[in-house]
Design a protein around this ligand. Structure first.
Ligand code: IPM
Ligand code: MG
Length: 411
């Protein structure tokens, strides 16, 4: 059949460079994503938004309603980092981080997926012994829209006895159930082991968490699970990180444990994340993708930031929100190839490559190397079946995240 050539699909991405090193890593990531798009025959239509400290300076608020709406309307959101000392006054009424909570809560992104795996080339980068970190492959599923981050009241008060402050830890069973169910699904697509982390010996919310895990577990008879207290988990993550597969936990515990787990890889600059909820677009799950690192104001504007976390977050975006597993895999392979060739950013400069010279590059030059390697990537072509997954998180999606997760642990 003859006819006009089918136009390449154009996906709409909201880009939030943010503050500190955010703009540098987002720009690096965008270049890699655009290169992958043209390599695989699609296009990305970027809408850049001022959010965070930059928005406080420009508009007086951390995020405008119109920009939140633009994020909702986009196929996915790609974020660098927000915050910095300029906006850190504890008495300030507006804080850059409020933008993150507006996005996470406003877009109902209740699950934050943080894959942590040890890249073989970089096992010497960790402060732990190589034999402890080798082969580590953990997926942390952090509840993202409940708990202390969202509980009200959360405020400081003057009382006759002096100042008091209150934060509220509050979870509904529905909030627990949906993230626990997702974690079981993801475990099913991996090594089928789930660790649910709580503080049930102290907190009522944790005891409800435990009950809900028990109620959900029978739906996943093929997944083995355990409950573990958060303090003991923090210890075991250092003693024997290889013993974990999927960890699911509430918001604050997940925040703390994921920074700890990041150190298994040697640098916070390595770790991507995806925040997703139940909503799907025409192409995949709606989601927000960001490095787990912060805005690193001390190195901002100096071309020193490691763009890998942002680049890999972009790969997660392609896979989860756009159904472009082919392009995502190519990006991951390109990053790996750059590392194997001895290319490093400053945070990893001391880590040798087995049989090659190590070369330290700036943010931009490292991204250039990834782009160059993408051009050589073997494409398998876009598989439309990938985008046609039904509503809800499927085992297919689980397989997809498994691929992301094992990226830095592949032989
Ligand atoms: C993270 C960050 C944020 C959080 C901060 C910046 C508010 O640490 O995404 O882990 O605590 O959620
Ligand atoms: Mg954190």
């Amino acid at each position: 059949m003859s006819g006009p050539e089918r136009a390449a699909t154009v996906y709409r991405i909201a880009a939030i460079p943010g503050d500190g090193i955010g703009p540098e890593v987002v720009s690096a990531g965008r270049r890699v994503l655009d290169a992958a798009a043209s390599r695989f025959g699609f296009a990305l239509d970027w809408q850049e938004l001022l959010v965070g400290g930059a928005a406080i300076d420009a508009y007086g608020v951390p995020i405008r309603d119109a920009d939140l709406a633009a994020c909702r309307a986009a196929d996915a959101v790609y974020l660098g980092a927000v915050g910095g000392p300029k906006w850190d006054d504890p008495n300030a009424a507006v804080r850059p981080e409020q933008a993150l909570f507006a996005l996470r809560g406003g877009l109902e992104l209740f699950a934050n997926l943080r894959p942590v795996s040890a890249e073989p080339t970089l096992v010497d980068a960790s402060t732990l012994r190589p034999e402890v970190v080798r082969g580590v492959d953990v997926l942390i599923v952090r509840e993202l829209t409940g708990g202390l981050y969202f509980g009200r009241p959360s405020e400081e008060r003057e009382t006759p006895e002096g100042r008091v402050a209150v934060d509220t830890l509050w979870y509904t069973e529905q909030e627990i159930r949906r993230v626990v169910r997702l974690a079981f699904e993801l475990a099913r697509g991996r090594r089928k082991r789930l660790t649910s982390v709580d503080k049930a010996n102290v907190l009522a919310s944790s005891r409800l968490w435990r009950k809900v895990v028990e109620e959900v577990a029978p739906e996943f008879p093929d997944v083995s699970y355990e409950h573990r207290l958060v303090d003991a988990t923090a210890m075991l993550l250092i003693r024997d990180p290889g013993s974990f597969d999927v960890i699911v936990t509430e918001n604050l515990f997940g925040d703390i444990l994921s920074d700890e787990a990041a150190m298994l890889t040697g640098s916070l600059g390595m770790l991507p994340s995806a925040s997703v909820g139940a909503r799907r677009t025409a192409h995949g799950l709606h989601g927000l993708y960001e490095p787990i690192h912060g805005s690193a104001p001390d190195i901002a504007g100096r071309d020193l930031a490691n763009p890998i976390a942002a680049i890999l977050s972009g790969a997660m975006l392609l896979r989860w929100s756009l159904g472009r597993a082919d392009a995502a895999t190519a990006i991951e392979a390109a990053v790996r190839s750059a590392l194997t060739d001895g290319l490093r950013t400053t945070d990893l400069a001391r880590v040798g490559a087995r049989d090659r010279e190590v070369r330290t590059l700036g943010t931009r030059a490292f991204a250039d190397e990834v782009v160059a390697r993408l051009a050589d990537a073997q494409g398998t072509g876009h598989d439309p079946a990938r985008t046609a997954s039904p509503a809800g998180i499927t085992a297919d999606d689980a397989a997809v995240i498994t691929a992301t997760d094992t990226l830095l642990g592949m032989p």
